[in-house]
Design a protein around this ligand. Structure first.
Ligand code: ADP
Ligand code: MG
Length: 626
């Protein structure tokens, strides 16, 4: 007797349910997908007892006639595809015809549906896979799906469920994902009679995202960035500004042709695109929308349709990364314009002529760059005296003095500032529409512009500037070097010896001039000028460590480590917290920021600038409304 049997329909449904219905959230996902496929413009979800007791999804979609309400319970019954050729280009969310029979086999499921054209509807009840009741039912157009007592007949599966909180969280995630994917559809979610989500229909992606992320800060738009389109792939969506405090719902959501999926490649592309803008340990957040011609993706690779496969994932990766990068650059220009263009002339706050009134403290003996070097490790004492600078105020070589003529103040006083000033005379320092208020905690520059109060982290700002310069110099293969007055010798251990030999040329291109002296001894002759004040031996050891610890081919390692190396050098060379700056130095820093390609984040992704709006401050003091 043959030992092989064909499984009963009921059993095979249960087996399919094992893949499709992992947890209550999977049911909600399948039901919402069906409602979307049915063309609903409003989808209301209710759950009780973390979904196990009840999940109800109500839609106003096309509904079903009685025959279809019965048919949809059959395995492999679908209205969405009919022939094999369609599998290659699926335009609906569902296509497997598995969800309803699977769900019905592990729960008590009721479907009440009324076709848009019909005057009355149909009710069908299935109990753990067995048809229990079918009858006519008065109801509004569309479909009501109710799933009760999930896994009531498979206690083993029920045991695998996590805490009620976790299961509820997953359900919320599903609804949020779908709500972001379909902003034009209205969504609501009630959890145990509490409304946790209510998104009106006819919304656009931006407002949908903001309401779901509860975020009203700046967004990086991926839509309007130059590189957003190719023939087969279009990118849209928004990313939260990386420093935005990520809350629970602010994760990265990936939607491919309206389908919420998990995809490591997409996530990596976004993370890579945000390189230098994302702090360590921070995840990108926002929604990435990819529209890809359906034949370019395979959505049929996961039973719960959670994952997809791109036909050309490299193209998608490169495109996405480029889009994110260009979105950041756009944002940079926007931020630059906001921070640095001259403020609108307002009657109450006429800042014209302030530059003429520039009052400077004792000028540093050397140009800023040098003076910064000398400040490293030893904070200078800030002069409280106002003197006439005997030469042009220090500015970076990069900026030509003729471009921004700084006037030498005519007013001279050797008395402590702020005391001998005639009342009403403005003594501020100004740059590109920013009024410099001063330095706080020997770390932050405080500025004012129009109705904004601006705080700048001097270390992070300077670090970004130096990093940008070094990166440019590096790309031009022209890092300015500084010869050491007394070349230093270093002893290298075997690991470092090997690394040194391997990366010798790369180290030269970083501005390190090193020569082999014999045995394990090397001599450092020159170092990159920006870090000339640092201990060259410690620096070399750091660099060799970084290179040694990186894996991959030489080219990969250098490409991967170079940014880190430059960032680490910039960090070490930049002015520190605790360095007291005089107004000229602060102005010079602002000026260098304005001239940098990127100024808003330090190379490690920390924000450089924080802006408070006047109304925010007024709120602190309960000044609103007079
Ligand atoms: P699939 O979505 O893969 O087709 P399902 O088992 O999820 O398979 O659904 C089976 C069929 O039931 C669908 O193809 C659709 O015709 C019908 N259906 C399910 N839910 C709804 C709904 N909310 N409104 C209208 N029709 C529905
Ligand atoms: Mg379906």
């Amino acid at each position: 007797m043959s030992r092989i049997r064909i499984l009963s329909e009921h059993l095979s449904n249960q087996i399919a349910a094992g893949e499709v219905v992992e947890r209550p959230a999977s049911v909600v996902k399948e039901l919402i997908e069906n409602s979307i496929d049915a063309g609903a413009s409003q989808i209301d979800v209710e759950i009780e007892g973390s979904g196990v007791r009840l999940m109800r999804v109500v839609d106003n979609g096309c509904g079903m006639i009685e025959d279809d309400v019965l048919l949809c319970l059959e395995r492999h019954a679908t209205s969405k595809i009919q022939e094999e050729s369609q599998l290659g280009a699926i335009a609906t969310l569902g296509f497997r015809g598995e969800a309803l029979p699977s769900i019905g086999s592990v729960s008590r499921m009721t479907i009440i549906s009324r076709d848009q054209e019909k005057d009355t509807g149909t009710l069908v009840e299935v109990r753990y896979g067995a048809l229990h009741a079918v009858h006519e039912q008065g109801c509004s157009r569309g479909t009501v799906m109710e799933v009760r007592n999930l896994f009531g007949n498979v206690p083993a599966r029920k045991k695998f469920l996590k805490s009620a909180r976790t299961e509820t969280y997953h359900i919320e995630e599903v609804v949020k994902n779908q709500a972001i994917a379909m902003p034009e559809i209205g969504f609501s979610l009630r959890v145990d009679d509490r409304t946790v989500l209510d998104c009106p229909s006819g919304s656009d992606l931006e407002s949908r995202l903001r309401s779901i992320f509860r975020y009203d800060g700046p967004l990086l738009s991926l839509e309007h960035s130059g590189a957003a389109v190719t023939d087969s792939v279009q990118v849209g969506g928004y990313l939260l500004l990386p420093e935005a405090t990520p809350n629970r719902s602010a994760r990265l959501r990936i939607l491919v042709n309206g389908r919420a999926v998990q995809d490591r490649m997409v996530r990596n592309a976004v993370t890579e695109g945000l390189h230098g803008f994302l702090m360590k340990g921070y995840q990108p957040a926002g929604a990435v929308l990819l529209s890809i011609s359906p034949e370019m993706v395979d959505v049929n690779v996961h039973p719960a349709k959670r994952e997809i496969r791109f036909r050309d994932h490299r193209e998608v990766y490169q495109l996405l990364k480029a889009v994110v990068k260009s979105a950041i650059q756009n944002h940079q220009e926007h931020a630059r314009a906001q921070l640095f263009t001259p403020a609108q002339k307002s009657t109450s706050n006429d800042q014209e002529g302030l530059r003429e009134n520039l009052i400077m403290a004792e000028p540093a003996a050397e140009p800023f760059q040098r003076s910064l070097d000398s400040t490293i490790g030893s904070a200078r004492v800030q002069s409280n005296h106002v003197v006439v600078p005997d030469k042009q105020p220090p500015v970076m070589e990069k900026s030509t003095a003729t471009e921004r003529p700084e006037k030498v103040p005519e007013h001279v006083s050797s008395a402590p500032s702020f005391q001998h000033e005639p009342k009403g005379e403005k003594r501020e320092t100004e740059f590109a529409g920013l009024r410099l208020i001063g330095q706080l905690f020997s770390l932050y520059l405080l500025c004012e512009k129009g109705d904004r109060f601006i705080v700048i982290d001097q270390h992070a700002a300077h670090e970004r500037i130096l990093y940008g310069q070094m990166k440019n110099d590096y790309l031009k293969k022209d890092i300015p070097q500084q010869g050491l007055l007394f070349p230093v010798t270093v002893e290298l251990g075997p690991d470092h010896m090997e690394t040194m030999e391997r990366y010798y040329d790369d180290l030269q291109s970083l501005g390190l001039e090193i020569a082999h002296f014999g045995e394990t001894t090397w001599v450092i002759k020159s170092v990159p000028a920006v870090i000339s004040v640092l201990d060259p031996v410690a620096m070399l050891h750091d660099i060799l460590d970084m290179l040694y610890e990186s894996k991959g081919s030489q080219k990969q390692v250098v490409a991967g480590v170079i940014d880190d190396l430059l960032a680490s050098m910039a960090c070490k060379a930049a002015i520190k917290a605790g360095n007291v700056l005089n107004p000229q130095e602060m102005i010079s820093l602002l000026q260098q920021m304005e001239e940098s390609d990127v100024f808003s984040h330090c190379p490690h992704g920390r924000p450089v600038v924080k802006t408070f709006l006047q109304p925010e401050l007024e709120k602190w003091f309960h000044r609103h409304g007079g």
